[in-house]
Design a protein around this ligand. Structure first.
Ligand code: NAP
Length: 325
């Protein structure tokens, strides 16, 4: 039985990845940080909470990471823990850096010192590209130009991961993932805000959704598809970095239209209010990735398309709200 440690296991990707690895017969350890009432909602949703062995630690506490790595010596570590909300990173830049940058350094050091054969996956992000692209698309070779404290913190993590591979021969890889969503996406993220907002409007619980810039475009995929690429990267003979995307880009406006249409609301614009507080100080206008390398080497392709994703999210929020009633 292979062993894997997932940091950020209570988040969206952590939950989907844990399910994926359990189905592959892994023993899954999940790092959770100390909190009065940990939220197992995502793992409960996927019905896997009791199949995971939880270990207590924090990305900002190097000793806790050393103890965990030393004790478990997992074959694979998936570092998904992060202060992952871009908007908050301007207000909490230091925390974002401590978790997303230094936390990765601590983790890699622990692996280097106490379990150097452990493979490590780092959750990198398309946000590192900023508004940089070539021929309208981003690839593994597109220069980075991060435009938020979040993206900058992730760029440090990207390079320190490469550096530990090059300096110490560790098996470390970066997955540069474009936006991926699901019915368990955090509620503050725009896609979930819309799916939940539309479901509430349909049920007569609220009558508006407050958003920022709805003309920005993102390359959105389904988290359940994207976690498979993380595992595939870790099964290769040599560690490498891969860009993971659907290759399609859509605006938030498109997301709104499909979501509202799905519940039979055509005149959706009257329910959407714009609040400048939700606009970023430095915006990314279009993200669209070309994941040919992942397709050719890993054999990875996304399965769920944009329209299916939007409808899945709205449906699940409708169901959840109806059962809450
Ligand atoms: P998420 O739902 O926000 O989950 C992040 C997890 O990190 C949470 O469970 C959180 O724990 C944990 N965490 C935060 N600070 C921590 C700390 N100091 N110590 C230990 N754990 C800590 O994020 P996600 O959407 O699953 O994303 C997973 C990873 O992929 C993140 O690194 C994110 O930046 C990256 N990424 C995501 C996307 C995307 O579109 N989803 C795209 C590219 C890259 P609590 O549950 O205790 O809050």
């Amino acid at each position: 039985m292979k062993t894997a440690l997932i940091t950020g296991i209570l988040g969206q990707d952590g939950a989907y990845l844990a399910k994926f690895l359990l189905e592959k017969n892994y023993k899954v350890y999940g790092l959770i940080r100390r909190c009065s009432n940990p939220n197992f909602g995502n793992l409960d949703y996927l019905k896997i909470t009791d199949k995971i062995e939880f270990v207590s630690g924090d990305m900002t506490d190097e000793c806790s990471l050393i103890n965990i790595i030393k004790t478990i010596r997992p074959e694979e570590v998936y570092n998904l823990a992060a202060q992952s909300f871009v908007g908050v990173s301007w207000d909490q830049a230091r925390l974002t850096t401590e978790v997303n940058s230094l936390g990765v350094l601590y983790l890699l050091n622990a692996i280097k010192l106490f379990s150097p054969t452990t493979k490590c996956y780092q959750a990198s992000t398309s946000e590192m590209f900023g508004n940089s692209f070539e021929n309208g698309l981003q690839t593994e070779n597109t220069p980075f130009h991060p435009r938020s404290p979040y993206a900058i913190s992730k760029l440090y993590a990207y390079w320190i991961t490469n550096n530990f591979k090059e300096s110490y021969g560790l098996f470390c890889c970066n997955g540069i993932l474009f936006n991926h969503e699901s019915p368990i996406r955090g509620r503050e993220f725009v896609t979930r805000k819309i799916s939940e907002g539309v479901a509430k409007i349909k049920l007569g619980l609220v009558n508006e959704i407050w958003l920022g810039n709805i003309d920005i475009k993102r390359d959105w995929g389904f988290a359940g598809d994207f976690v498979e690429s993380m595992w595939l990267m870790m099964q290769q003979e040599k560690p490498d970095n891969y860009l993971i995307s659907t290759g399609q880009t859509h605006s938030i406006r498109d997301f709104l239209e499909i979501a509202f249409n799905h519940v039979g609301i055509k005149d959706w614009e009257k329910y959407v209010k714009i609040d400048p507080q939700f606009k970023r100080p430095a915006e990314l206008f279009v993200l669209q990735g070309k994941s040919d390398k992942a397709k050719n080497i890993l054999g990875w392709v996304p399965k769920v398309n944009f329209e299916e994703l939007v409808k899945m999210m709205v449906e699940e929020d409708l169901e959840r709200l109806k059962s809450d009633k």
